[in-house]
Design a protein around this ligand. Structure first.
Ligand code: NOJ
Ligand code: CA
Length: 558
């Protein structure tokens, strides 16, 4: 049986604009202080109006919520706070009716310690099939070369279980035991989960923490061949029954290792471009394009059907695991003046505060997000420039309620404010009275309207999602210029990474005679000649120019 997806083009994810959100944070329909699927359904028009094409839902499954739902205790249901499985189906169908795709999470590296599998494992005899669902050891000395990821809270990747009288392995919190992929029954269960959600009609799944599936002593237990073999099985199970669906790798690794998660087009369709993300911030702060051009030069080609997932911020900290020690020190200095802004190996802040609320910088970074090769992924609230709350624990400061209006609780919920799952942001600069959807919808020059405009423009040009990228040399390294090209469509993008005006001379040889047309205003720029092409950009300005054939030059002025 092959079930078609909700779209006819199997490569839909290459042209998508993905919007990441947590159902609990978006809209509360029953006023218990927690967002839910019925609330989210009421906001679908907002998302179609913004122009995004795919919703990525953070984990919404039953869970003790000690890692915001990444600690799952039942894979095939909905957390009662967010609604029922029927509500989910209604939401999914309503999204599809509007032409929106839906992605969910497949968190299979670990479960919650409250999952019935773990409860059964710890009480079952060593060596029994139930026990072998997890990774056990009599000592905590195995796999010593595996790094600790949650450095602020965990001292070891092993924890002692007094019931099992053994240590169990966990790459994240100690309440998240890792599943044992050496046990074929684990994969059988994972595939049941995969089928369950694909049968309901979800279009994509994000594979959480995918480099850590299999452990081997003497290795760092990341990216092992056995892990790739497991992903290939998941992909084969998807291809066997379904069409037009997608899996996306969360592999926070150097480019060469991320590349392997695409396989030969037989692992993941997409992978986040983790190495690029922090380097965008570094380039901006250093006012130098080199961190970006360097990492892009190290980014390997990927199979034709595959796609990079590009993002500026997400629900986690701005991770600095994939930069050098010096670069990390620099980033901490540049972007986390208050130590509360730091967590583990990263910075827990949203986009607008990272940009010091400078509208030009916010726009510049979004222009890179929308014009670099890959599919852009927006984090809810960043389209209106929401702030964060560094006084909340863990990464909760970037997970506060969506700010819909200046009404009570930011229009997110009618509950007693004390009952909200998280306080709304209330300070004079970032609070919901200053920053909210309703106000920005009524303001033609708002960030929200700017984002909507950019998304609409980006969607008119498949070259952004599917075309090639070539950087142009310019002596002035504060200017970054690149050509995107697909099927004869050529776009020249130029960005000024500095806080002051910058001139640049671009080498446009090969484009002589062409006419650059600015894409936001459809304004013709001087034609390209054999001389270097001169541009001057204001602070943090960017230009998108479509290089068109110069009809006047070809046919003369008629
Ligand atoms: C990655 C998720 O993005 C993060 O939020 C979570 O804490 C870890 N995986 C562990 O599940
Ligand atoms: Ca609710």
């Amino acid at each position: 049986m092959r079930k078609p997806g909700s779209v006819s083009d199997p490569l839909w994810y290459k042209d998508a604009i993905i919007y990441e959100l947590h159902v609990k944070a978006f809209a509360d329909s029953n006023n218990d202080g927690i967002g839910d699927f019925r609330g989210l359904m009421q906001k679908l028009d907002y998302l179609t109006d913004l122009g995004v094409t795919c919703i990525w839902l953070l984990p919404f499954f039953p869970s003790p919520l000690r890692d915001d739902g990444y600690d799952i205790s039942d894979y095939m249901n909905v957390h009662p706070s967010y609604g029922t499985i029927n509500d989910f189906q209604l939401f999914l169908d309503a999204a599809h009716e509007r032409g929106l795709q839906v992605m969910i999470e497949l968190v299979i590296n670990h479960t919650s310690d409250q999952h019935p599998w773990f409860q059964a494992a710890r009480t079952s005899p060593p060596g029994s099939p139930a026990r072998e669902f997890y990774v056990w050891s009599d000592s905590d000395q195995l796999y010593k070369d595996a790094r600790i990821i949650f450095t602020d809270t965990e001292k070891s990747n092993w924890s002692w279980d007094p019931v099992a009288q053994a240590y169990y392995w966990h790459r994240f919190f100690s309440h998240q035991p890792d599943l044992n992929f050496d046990n074929p029954r684990v994969m059988e269960e994972v595939i049941k989960v995969l089928h369950f959600w694909l049968d309901m009609g979800v279009d994509g799944l994000r594979l959480d923490a995918i480099p850590y599936l299999v452990e081997r002593d003497g290795t760092n237990c990341e990216n092992l061949a056995e892990t790739h073999a497991a992903i290939k099985k998941i992909r084969a199970a998807l291809d066997e029954r379904y069409e037009g669906r997608m899996i996306l790798a969360e592999a926070n690794q150097p480019p060469i290792n991320v590349r392997d998660y695409f396989g030969d087009g037989d692992e993941c369709h997409m992978a986040f471009h983790f190495p690029l993300m922090p380097r965008i911030y570094m380039a901006l702060s250093q006012e130098d394009r080199q961190p970006i051009t360097d990492i892009m030069a190290q980014t390997p080609e990927i199979p034709e059907i595959c796609q990079w997932g590009m993002f500026l911020r997400n629900h986690d900290e701005l991770t600095l695991e994939m930069v050098t020690g010096d670069e990390r020190d620099y980033m901490y200095l540049a972007y986390s003046a208050d130590p509360r802004m730091r967590i583990n190996v990263g910075i827990r802040r949203r986009l607008a505060p990272l940009m010091d609320n400078n509208r030009r910088r916010i726009e510049l970074l979004n222009s890179l997000l929308f014009s670099f090769p890959g599919t852009p992924i927006l984090y809810y609230g960043d389209e209106i420039g929401m702030g964060d709350n560094i006084y909340l624990g863990d990464r909760n400061g970037v997970r506060t309620p969506m700010q819909w209006s200046g009404d009570r609780n930011a229009g997110f919920s009618r509950a007693n404010p004390a009952r909200l799952y998280s306080p709304v942001i209330m300070d004079p600069v970032w609070g919901y009275e200053a920053i909210n959807v309703e106000a920005q919808q009524g303001d033609p020059s708002s960030l929200l309207n700017w984002m909507r405009n950019m998304i609409a423009l980006r969607k008119l040009f498949p070259v952004f999602g599917r075309g090639t990228l070539r950087f142009l040399g310019a002596l002035n390294r504060k200017i970054m210029a690149y050509i995107r090209e697909l099927d004869g469509v050529q776009i020249l993008c130029v960005a000024n990474l500095s806080h002051v005006w910058q001139p640049a001379e671009l080498d446009l040889s090969g484009f002589e005679g062409m006419l650059p047309v600015e894409m936001l205003g459809y304004v013709e720029f001087p034609a390209v000649t054999s001389a270097p092409y001169r541009v001057t950009l204001g602070p943090y300005e960017f230009l998108w120019l479509e290089l068109q054939q110069n009809m006047a030059a070809t046919y003369g002025n008629l």
